[in-house]
Design a protein around this ligand. Structure first.
Ligand SMILES: NC(=O)c1ccc[n+]([C@@H]2O[C@H](COP(=O)([O-])OP(=O)(O)OC[C@H]3O[C@@H](n4cnc5c(N)ncnc54)[C@H](OP(=O)(O)O)[C@@H]3O)[C@@H](O)[C@H]2O)c1
Ligand SMILES: [Zn+2]
Length: 337
């Protein structure tokens, strides 16, 4: 079978289509004929050589966390899915044995890791991580959901966002950013989002963004947010200088949830502002399989329509990563093997 593999960790030019042996499922595994696999910034870190997870010794490396397609084969012990089922994969991998697995939520597992392998014609996966799709949800929409929407949804839950809240999303145009805007809107919250691009912000406003701030200058953003109000929650996937900014603009008693570091891994905290303002800063990674199940239901009911900027054939996977690297898209980029 064909797979789009990272053969060199030099950015988008390091992606090639290779031939791999056909997957053979273990007793509790299934093989999925992959119809759609969304890419994420996590994959781009790997491709740019900026992840400790993969180095030259691991090449060729096939990434692809977000898998949707049709089950073609199942192992002897598999119950719950069967060949012919249309499915989406929850890419969480947990040990099932640690204290965090037993107390939950599952994404706090101390041996937590992620599935990789969706950028291929077929994927061998843990069968109990599959969710059967209702007829109303096509596989391209389903592939957009796992990493970006599940992470965004879990962060909004961690911040207890509800009706009437004001939510600030620095970087509101990418996978996690757009997902946060759409889901906060569904929860009845008002949103403030930033981007370097006016055109991209216009699209996100059509998707529910209430207040758009077009600049990457954090001082200008801070003033613009202050003119709108004090956010009850900051959903921060950019990290870097947006962390200090997020902490400053938070309302008294507000919560900033952080899941990423696109703008850098370091920031400073104004300690006095933090304790006098009774603010919370929370780290969060991915979400739960139940979060994903709810997102599938919201998509089936038509309340949520995952935003997909463009789809790509398997041999165009390098172009998909170039589009992400060049910051040219709104929402998700999906490869259709
Ligand atoms: N911990 C977790 O479980 C988890 C899960 C998912 C994602 N993440 C992290 O969340 C982040 C977002 O992931 P994603 O897949 O949504 O990425 P993405 O789609 O590439 O995000 C694009 C967004 O990031 C902004 N951006 C890109 N480079 C920037 C820079 N140098 N400075 C400021 N803004 C920048 C873009 O702004 P413009 O509109 O100005 O171009 C756009 O709004 C990544 O750091 C990722 O690793 C973490
Ligand atoms: Zn565990």
């Amino acid at each position: 079978m064909r797979a789009a593999a990272f053969t060199d960790l030099i950015g988008p030019d390091g992606v090639s289509v290779i031939n791999q042996s056909e997957p053979d499922p273990g007793p509790d595994e299934a093989v999925v004929d992959v119809e759609a696999s969304a890419i994420n910034r996590h994959d781009l870190w790997i491709l740019e050589g900026d992840s400790a997870m993969v180095d030259a010794a691991d090449l060729p490396f096939v990434t692809g966390l977000d898998v949707a397609g049709v089950v073609s084969e199942t192992g002897d012990e598999v119950r719950g899915v069967e060949p012919g089922d249309r499915v989406v994969l929850c890419p969480n991998e947990t040990c099932g044995a640690c204290r965090f697995c037993s107390e939950g939520p599952e994404n706090t597992c101390e041996r937590f890791s992620l599935y990789h392998g969706g950028l291929a014609e077929r994927a061998r996966v843990q069968a109990d991580r599959l969710i059967v799709l209702p007829d109303e949800v096509d596989t391209t929409a389903a592939a957009a959901l796992p990493t970006a929407y599940m992470t965004a949804y879990h962060m909004l839950r961690r911040a207890d966002v509800g009706p009437g809240d004001l939510v600030f999303v620095p970087g509101a145009t990418g996978g996690v950013g757009v997902a946060t805007i759409q889901l906060a809107d569904l929860l009845g919250a008002r949103t403030i989002g930033t981007s370097s691009s006016e055109t991209k912000l216009e699209r996100v406003q059509e998707l529910g963004l209430d207040h758009a701030i077009q600049t990457t200058n954090v001082d200008e953003i801070q003033d613009a947010v202050a003119d709108i109000g004090d956010p009850d929650a900051v959903i921060n996937h950019l990290g870097g200088e947006y962390t200090k900014l997020g902490q400053h603009v938070l309302a008294r008693g507000g919560t900033m949830v952080i899941c990423g570091r696109t703008a850098g891994n370091e920031s400073t905290i104004d300690v006095t502002n933090l304790f006098l303002g009774h603010k919370r800063v929370v780290g969060s990674t991915m979400g739960t399989q139940d979060d994903l199940r709810r997102l599938v239901e919201l998509t089936a009911s038509g309340e949520l329509s995952p935003e997909i900027d463009r789809t790509f054939a398997l041999e165009e996977t390098g172009d998909a990563f170039a589009t992400m690297q060049d910051r040219e898209s709104v929402g998700k980029l999906v490869v259709q093997p």
